[in-house]
Design a protein around this ligand. Structure first.
Ligand code: PMP
Length: 372
């Protein structure tokens, strides 16, 4: 079985698993306790924080360890929400862990602007420019879209935000970008950035939020005051240590070159195939969103599952009838019905990818003939 749904999740690396075992067992102490063994764990946690900051290209600021990117995204939006006549701006292409928070704010009477997507999957920058004003409290735009692989120009976003709404906080969902594309939170002038360990061979249920210096963030969990009072609860030390180990193991540039080769080989295999089109061929090479004309991709995914595992879009929304990101880009319901997401990882091989492309092509033609 060839696994090509790496945007949904990845297997843990062996070293990450070992690290997890070490901190779940031999080094199990509570980092907030005051005896020597606990202090050692506390120091290791702080070391992990510094390592992550460095990998994110942060100059200063802080890392808050969380229970994954859903939590990091919720914390960013809810922690930036304020009483009064403030406005919030999110892109319509965001993950549900941003969009659903925005909708709940709207229900409370807050003003939320949804940035539309253009045909190439990026946000509409001119719309953003028009809605930004002195009342803007928060802007949330993801770096890489998890459905299409489209890459937003975050530098352009931060320049617009800092010049038109200097009081606003810029949150970026970096889940599909961290350890996949080379970027720096400092160079992009990002205030808050979410990451999730299980997307880069770390464990599930652990993630982080980068918080730039002087960014005011309210806590949404109340308790013992861990994580600078922003995220109470005993840290998931084993998960955090394994996450940082997994991140350290990946050479982002080398992995990118490898995955780009896989992406190009896959495209080469299907390029002349009638009925198959690519949504964002120039997006992140880790994600290929394909449209198969005349068939329902749900059936195709099931026909493939013993040979090739692929997704229908984001796993979180795969149970929903439509794929709102593609519809926001202007694709019809009919086109969206045939959408399938192939996503690579640094451990996918060329041989796997070439044979997966052939199998997908074959099964599509079989289904197409049957559906006709
Ligand atoms: N944002 C994006 C872009 C994602 O792809 C995901 C994972 N599907 C999340 C947030 C949520 O991450 P987690 O699974 O860690 O809650």
């Amino acid at each position: 079985m060839i696994y090509l749904d790496n945007c949904s999740t990845t297997p843990m690396s062996e070293d990450a698993l070992k690290e997890y075992g070490k901190y779940a067992s031999a080094c199990f102490y509570n980092p907030s306790a005051s005896y020597a063994e606990a202090n050692k764990v506390r120091l290791k946690l702080d070391e992990a924080r510094e390592k992550l900051k460095k990998m994110l290209g942060a100059k200063g600021g802080e890392i808050i360890f969380t229970g994954g990117a859903t939590e990091s995204n919720n914390l960013s939006l809810k922690g930036s929400e304020r009483e009064g006549k403030w406005e919030y701006v999110v892109s319509i292409g965001e993950h549900p862990s941003v969009l659903e928070v925005a909708k709940s704010m709207e229900k409370k009477g807050r003003v939320v602007h949804y940035i539309p997507l253009t045909k190439n999957g990026e946000i509409d920058y001119s719309f953003l420019e028009k809605v930004l004003n002195k009342k803007t409290r928060l802007v949330s735009v993801m770096l890489v879209n998890n459905v299409t692989g489209a890459i937003n120009d975050i530098k352009r976003v931060s320049q617009l935000v800092k010049s038109l709404s200097p009081q606003a906080v810029l949150h970026v969902d970096g889940v599909q970008a961290f350890k996949k594309l080379n970027f720096s939170v400092n160079a992009l002038d990002i205030d808050l950035l979410s990451i999730s360990a299980h997307k880069f061979h770390g464990p599930k249920g652990v993630g982080a939020l980068y918080v730039k210096n002087k960014t005011q963030l309210k806590n949404i969990i109340f308790g013992g005051g861990q994580e600078f009072g922003i995220r109470s609860g005993t840290e998931n030390v084993a998960g955090i240590m394994a996450m940082v180990k997994a991140a350290e193991e990946i050479d982002t540039e080398k992995a990118f070159r490898h995955v780009k080769q896989l992406h190009d080989a896959f495209l080469h295999e299907i390029e002349n195939e009638k009925g198959i089109s690519v949504v964002c061929p120039d997006g992140s090479p880790y994600i290929l969103c394909l449209l198969f004309a005349g068939v329902n991709s749900e059936t195709l995914v099931r026909m493939l599952e013993n040979d090739v595992v692929v997704g229908r879009g984001s796993a979180c929304s795969s149970k929903k009838a439509g794929n709102s990101v593609l519809e926001a880009m202007g694709y019809s319901r009919e086109q969206v019905k045939g959408a399938l997401r192939v996503s690579f990882s640094d451990i996918s091989t060329l041989k796997e990818v070439e044979s997966a492309a052939k199998i997908i092509k074959e099964k599509y033609l079989e289904l197409y003939e049957r559906t006709k």
